[in-house]
Design a protein around this ligand. Structure first.
Ligand SMILES: NC(=O)c1ccc[n+]([C@@H]2O[C@H](COP(=O)([O-])OP(=O)(O)OC[C@H]3O[C@@H](n4cnc5c(N)ncnc54)[C@H](OP(=O)(O)O)[C@@H]3O)[C@@H](O)[C@H]2O)c1
Length: 298
């Protein structure tokens, strides 16, 4: 397949490109701004403008781009960048893709479990209503942004991605240093549910979504075994053989991280991958201990 990918330089994108290339797929990295060269095409998230000539005839698009949500304390400028790079940028991209002489057959577009807001112990899946709050609003607009392409007949999968785990980046890498130093601990009361997926399983889920025609609309990309923050903390401590006795109180997290603490660190989402499982997707690491096994060996 000839597949264009936005956000290809990111934590997930790099692993996806590598996995697809190994299997001989023809990859076009959709790149913002200057740069370029073979295997790339320019796109502008603000306008959707695409370099049609460099794109050629596409079979599929994977849309991963977006300002990093955990990249720093949220102020008005960062919140605007997080929001603008999702809803409006996705709408612009999908309008441009819909206007191509030959539309791609499928778009797999990132979304996030943040769409559910803060939901306590409630069991959530793709049929659960969206929640409230900044990230829920951002994700709702992000998914709605794919509508122009869906309306023109392309199969669209909105992957509601949970916390992506791999020691080389993302949330886990940020946690490793304090946990290795023995100063890791639960966040707040630790009762909030964390829906997670290993990066390898996410790459496999994206590839599964690209080829499985029955998948369309929201698809939860999370392992079948979400855990509470308390359980997560204990499992990471076990994997690293370190104590985890120092909790980070909610008020301190809010002081340091501001609004981001409530939305990202303390919010609870207990999500089940109902559609992936129904379609027969097999997780390589369905449990957290399996996901963290590499750390134990390291
Ligand atoms: N990692 C997680 O735990 C997680 C959880 C839920 C959802 N997701 C979502 O999955 C997608 C991929 O995640 P990731 O961890 O790979 O993210 P990432 O490492 O932050 O990479 C995202 C990529 O998006 C592009 N980008 C950055 N700022 C942008 C902006 N302002 N406007 C447009 N594009 C921008 C960059 O690629 P280029 O420079 O190549 O354009 C960047 O490498 C993201 O949309 C993320 O929100 C991730």
């Amino acid at each position: 397949m000839r597949i264009a990918i936005t956000g290809s330089s990111g934590f997930v994108g790099e692993a996806l490109v590598q996995s697809l290339r190994v299997d001989g797929h023809d990859i076009v990295r959709l790149q913002r701004g200057s740069g370029g060269g073979p295997g790339t095409a320019r796109w502008d998230p603000a306008t959707g403008a695409l370099d049609q000539q460099a794109l050629g005839r596409l079979d599929a698009v994977v849309h991963l781009a977006g300002e990093n949500v955990a990249g720093g304390r949220w102020n008005a400028t960062r919140k605007r960048a997080i929001a603008d790079s999702r809803g409006p940028a996705t709408t612009a991209l999908c309008r441009a893709l819909a206007a191509l002489p030959q539309r791609p057959a499928v778009l797999v577009s990132a979304s996030a479990t943040g769409i559910y807001g803060d939901r306590g112990d409630e069991l959530l899946d793709e049929d659960s209503p969206a929640g409230s709050g900044f990230l829920a609003d951002v994700a709702r607009a992000w998914e709605a942004g794919t509508e122009p392409l869906r309306a023109s007949g392309t199969r669209v999968v909105n992957l509601r991605i949970g916390m992506v785990l791999d020691p080389s980046g993302g949330a886990l890498r940020r946690m490793l240093l304090p946990f290795r130093l023995g100063i890791g601990g639960r966040l707040g009361a630790g009762r909030q549910w964390m829906s997670w997926i290993t990066r390898d399983d996410l790459v496999a889920a994206i590839r599964f979504a690209l080829r499985r025609a029955e998948l369309r609309g929201p698809v939860a990309a999370v392992s079948p075994n979400p855990v509470t923050n308390r359980e997560f903390t204990a499992a990471l401590g076990r994997a690293l053989r370190r104590p985890t006795i120092l909790p980070a109180p909610a008020f301190a997290l809010k002081l340091v991280f501001g609004e981001m603490a409530s939305a990202l660190l303390l919010a609870s989402q207990r999500v089940q991958p109902r559609r992936l499982l129904a379609a027969g997707f097999a997780f390589t690491a369905p449990t957290l201990d399996q996901a963290l096994a590499a750390l134990r060996r390291g």
